[in-house]
Design a protein around this ligand. Structure first.
Ligand code: ITT
Length: 187
């Protein structure tokens, strides 16, 4: 039976990915590791490089993800640098930078690689930066309000409409096309 390793240092990402894919009948296992990230403006390039590193580290079939919060009035900042910016200035810093236009998007690229195939899948959700920290989710969840939602990602069930959900749904459609079903039980 095929096993897909979700390689990430981020427990929250893995938890969401596992739930989202389980709803589609797919199982993944967590390999906790911090993969080297190439410097690039492109999430896709970063995700594909992470997938190559994950293959060297774990072998077999791997799934990785790279995300970013892109704030329109800051010309896409923090974008591919979202992890570093979160660890340095955090949500309070982001709130202090945003004035006027608060529109933003959360983007995800998941990359899959095995012995014969490599592919990347994108997801994006539009929304806006809240005027204050709302809720107690992880990362930027407490400051991002997706379009059409009544609260931040930290205050709603985000799986159905997140950037991650969209990218993983595209992956699952592609993977499921003619492939045998995977064991959907958690690792
Ligand atoms: P990896 O080991 O998988 O790389 P990471 O946390 O370093 O984990 P990224 O490089 O993709 O992941 O960093 C994106 C950052 O954006 C992440 O650390 C969070 O701070 C934030 N982020 C990404 N997706 C998020 C989500 O759904 N909700 C809240 N914050 C998110």
């Amino acid at each position: 039976m095929s096993k897909i390793w979700f390689v990430s240092s981020n427990e929250h990402k893995y938890g969401e990915a596992r739930r989202i894919l389980a709803r589609m009948g797919m199982g993944i296992s967590h390999h906790r590791a911090s993969l080297p990230e190439v410097q690039s403006h492109s999430l896709e390039e970063i995700a594909l490089a992470k997938a190559a590193s994950a293959r060297s580290l774990v072998g077999g079939a791997v799934l990785v993800e790279d995300d970013g919060l892109f704030i329109d009035s800051l010309k896409g900042f923090p974008g591919p640098y979202s992890s570093y910016v979160f660890d340095t200035i955090g949500n309070a810093g982001i709130l202090s930078l945003v004035r006027g236009d608060r529109t933003a998007s959360f983007r995800s690229v998941v990359a899959y690689a095995d012995d014969s195939r490599t592919a990347a899948f994108k997801g994006e959700v539009r929304g806006r930066i809240a005027d204050a920290i709302r809720g107690s989710g992880w990362g930027y969840d407490p400051v991002f309000i997706p379009d059409g939602a009544g609260g931040t990602f930290a205050q709603i069930d985000k799986d159905q409409l997140s950037h991650r959900g969209e990218a993983l749904a595209a992956f699952a459609r592609w993977y499921g096309d003619g492939r045998p079903p995977l064991d959907a039980s958690p690792a």
